[in-house]
Design a protein around this ligand. Structure first.
Ligand code: NAD
Length: 334
């Protein structure tokens, strides 16, 4: 059992990771910039710190006495956020840079970095029938502007810290992750949570229409949070030295995603398409050949099953939050 730190622990994936690491007997420190009242999950028995990890001294404090680092901290969100906050997204480079330097200086054993499918070359994502992005498709580099370039740069920084300083680093490229205890409102939410929220608004407030970003034919794959956490732990423990995909290969169009959520809710809405809204690449899917070969990892939770759990959680939150002012409901502002 190890002494580990999870950064971005007040966020969606970080919160679930802290929970799992604690459950499996590790000594866990959880760090985030947000005040703790805005963390999605606070796990008993965990040491919590509120720190801005863009600042180097704070990274030294966060990693003091730590064996393994899971870096999930980033200023990020769905397409609506990353297309309009490119500089903010790129400033996350300070978090990974200063954490790597602190990890090197404090003799950390292993360092996990959460990269993204947004590192992939945009020209390989113009067809909605995307056959699946292989790890090599990140080059020649033409990443998502802002957010994707920061991720690609940070991946390479991990690699060079291994080559030059011997720090063991592991890098996973997450493809859309969804599930309970994540953002569903406020501007940073991603498609599955946003669609659940819009359908629930239809149910609760009698709205008749749903606004869909783009023409609805763009495709993506979505990985349920439990599969993501299992993958993070497997990759961290592995000897995989190159960035590797961690995602589902069950590709659907956004229209299909809306069909699924409407099916769960048993509530249909009239679809309106906003062709001026941010919509990202045309088609994206994960090629899981490498992770299957190395780890035998496969996602275990089908999209419909994971969506039902997500939908139920968001509905519970929206009913519970009725009547509160918007500052109480928007968790992810800081
Ligand atoms: P999230 O926004 O819920 O969590 C990120 C957390 O980082 C937030 O709680 C935020 O407050 C914290 N943070 C931001 N700036 C910080 C700073 N300066 N110091 C300390 N903490 C700071 O996002 P998430 O979905 O949990 O994503 C976690 C990681 O996975 C991120 O690196 C993200 O880029 C990556 N990722 C996520 C997805 C996905 O679908 N959710 C896909 C690809 C990659």
């Amino acid at each position: 059992m190890k002494k580990v730190v999870v950064t971005g622990a007040g966020g969606f994936i970080g919160g679930h990771l802290v929970q799992k690491l604690k459950e499996t007997g590790h000594q866990v420190r959880a760090v985030d910039i947000k005040p703790m009242t805005r963390w999605y999950q606070i796990i008993p028995g965990v040491e919590n710190q509120v720190l801005d990890l863009r600042i180097r001294e704070n990274c030294m404090q966060a990693l003091e006495g730590i064996e393994d680092v899971f870096n999930l901290a980033a200023d990020m969100g769905g397409m609506g956020f990353i297309e309009t906050h490119k500089a903010d997204c790129m400033l996350s480079v300070l978090i990974n840079t200063h954490l790597l330097m602190a990890a090197r200086d404090l003799g950390v054993q292993r360092y996990f970095y959460s990269s993204s499918a947004c590192v992939y070359n945009g020209e390989k994502q113009t067809d909605p029938d995307n056959p699946g992005l292989k790890e090599s498709d990140a080059y020649p580099a033409l990443a998502e502007d802002g957010y994707g370039w920061e991720k690609l740069f940070s991946e390479r920084m991990c690699r060079h810290f291994t080559e030059d300083f011997g720090l063991i680093t592991r890098v996973a490229r997450f493809h859309n992750v969804y599930g309970p205890f994540g953002t569903y409102d406020g501007g940073r939410e991603k498609a599955p949570a946003a669609i659940c929220r819009k359908v629930i608004e239809g149910e609760l407030y009698g709205k008749k229409e749903i606004i869909i970003w783009g023409d609805g034919h763009q495709t993506r794959s979505f990985m349920y949070i439990d599969d993501c956490i299992r993958g993070i732990l497997d990759i961290m423990a592995s000897d995989i030295e190159e960035p590797i995909n961690l995602g589902s290969a069950e590709m659907v169009s956004i229209n299909q995603l809306v069909d699924y959520v409407e099916g769960i809710a048993d509530h249909r809405l009239e679809r309106k398409y906003d062709l001026d809204a941010p919509r990202g690449v045309r088609g994206r899917n994960s090629d899981n050949t490498l992770i299957r070969q190395y780890l035998g990892w496969e996602p275990s939770i089908p999209l419909k099953e994971g969506l039902k759990k997500t939908y139920d959680w968001i509905k519970e939150q929206m009913i519970g939050n009725k009547g509160k002012d918007s500052d109480d409901v928007v968790f992810n502002k800081y």
